[in-house]
Design a protein around this ligand. Structure first.
Ligand code: CUA
Length: 342
């Protein structure tokens, strides 16, 4: 949908921006239509049914089920069309495609720190290639920020202690505004930057011109060594005291409380900062907390290192041991082992 000729919408430069605009125009159109219809009918009735004689008594009016059904069902259908259309765009927008390039974003008062998976860092600028899917993995070092690119029609809160994501595919080379859209203190209004969309070849040149930095995964590996994680979490479980981490990312993990959890960014962060919160089945709660010892950026590095760990031997690497929590409680073998836990 071509909308750039209407001055009150920002430039349209991503694959979803046209869809968001179409829905927005539909909402505005429906609103304008009913505003005009209702005020028009109101004025018409005021004139038509005005009192003409001083002692005029109006005819009694009986209700009409037919009319009431019509004016309930039609608005209901219109409301549901807004819901269905909006939900469809929402789901598309909130589910990053699997093959997207990942870029890490850390918000802090008052700047955006960005790191590409190949290691390049930038501040208040985000360089991306046109026509490629980009997934942003975002967190904050202090308060709540919000990463907003109007031309792409994407916007998401950036929270301390959590990872939020959003994705886009830019459709036009150019430079676009980047805003913080959540009041975050004195210089909130200055927490701005630009998104620079480049042709893929220009982008590759830009990347290679800035290639001197370490990738987050490599930095994470060094942290993994220096913080001593490796002594318990050997790459293939050889540490023995902690679950193996190879191939873990994205998998379901069985916990001692018989629940399962998906090993995503939030789970790994929690397991580093608050290791007792979710204990993997078959392991003891012996890991110390690393809260305060790793910065949000270092957490991202460790997470991207863990993501990069591939399973070397698919047979042996179903990582955390899989118990049989459902069948176990009724078997005699388990009842004998139960007293140990009490
Ligand atoms: Cu960051 Cu407002």
């Amino acid at each position: 949908m071509q909308t750039s000729w209407i001055p009150f919408v920002p430039e349209s430069a991503s694959t979803v921006s046209g869809k968001v605009d179409a829905l927005y125009f539909y909402l505005s159109g429906v609103t304008a239509f009913f505003t005009l219809l209702i005020s028009g009918v109101l004025i018409f009735f005021v004139i038509k049914y005005r009192r003409r004689m001083p002692n005029e008594i109006p005819r009694p009016v009986a209700g009409s089920h037919k009319l009431e059904t019509i004016w309930s069902v039609i608005p209901f259908m219109i409301a549901m069309s807004m819901f269905a259309w909006g939900a469809q765009i929402y789901f598309q927008n909130s589910r990053p495609p699997k093959n997207a390039n990942e870029i890490y974003v850390v918000g802090k008062q008052w700047m955006w720190k960005i790191q590409h998976s190949t290691g390049q860092r930038e501040i208040n600028e985000l360089h991306v290639p046109v026509g490629r899917k980009i997934k942003l993995i975002m967190t904050s070092e202090d308060t709540i920020h919000d990463f907003f690119i109007p031309a792409f029609r994407i916007k998401a809160d950036v929270l301390p202690g959590r990872y939020t994501t959003q994705w886009f595919e830019a459709t036009k080379p150019g430079s676009y505004h980047l805003f913080c859209a959540e009041y975050c203190g004195m210089n909130h209004s200055g927490m701005i930057g630009s998104v620079i969309v480049m042709q893929p070849t220009d982008f590759d040149n830009w990347l290679s011109g800035n290639a001197s930095q370490q990738s987050p995964a490599v930095a994470g590996q060094q942290l993994f060594q220096s913080l001593g994680c490796v002594s318990c979490h050997g790459a293939n479980g050889e540490g023995g005291r902690g679950p193996a981490l190879a191939g873990l990312f994205g998998q379901k993990v069985f916990l001692t409380n018989n629940q399962t959890v998906t090993a995503d960014e939030a789970y790994i962060r929690e397991s580093i900062e608050n290791p007792q919160a979710k204990i993997v089945s078959g392991f003891n709660p012996i890991m110390p907390t690393f809260q305060g010892q790793v910065t949000p950026e270092q957490l991202i590095q460790i997470i991207s290192f863990i993501k990069s760990l591939q399973i070397s031997n698919p047979q042996s690497a179903t990582a955390p041991a899989v118990p049989a929590p459902k069948a176990a409680p009724s078997t005699p073998a388990n009842t004998t082992s139960a007293p140990n836990q009490q």
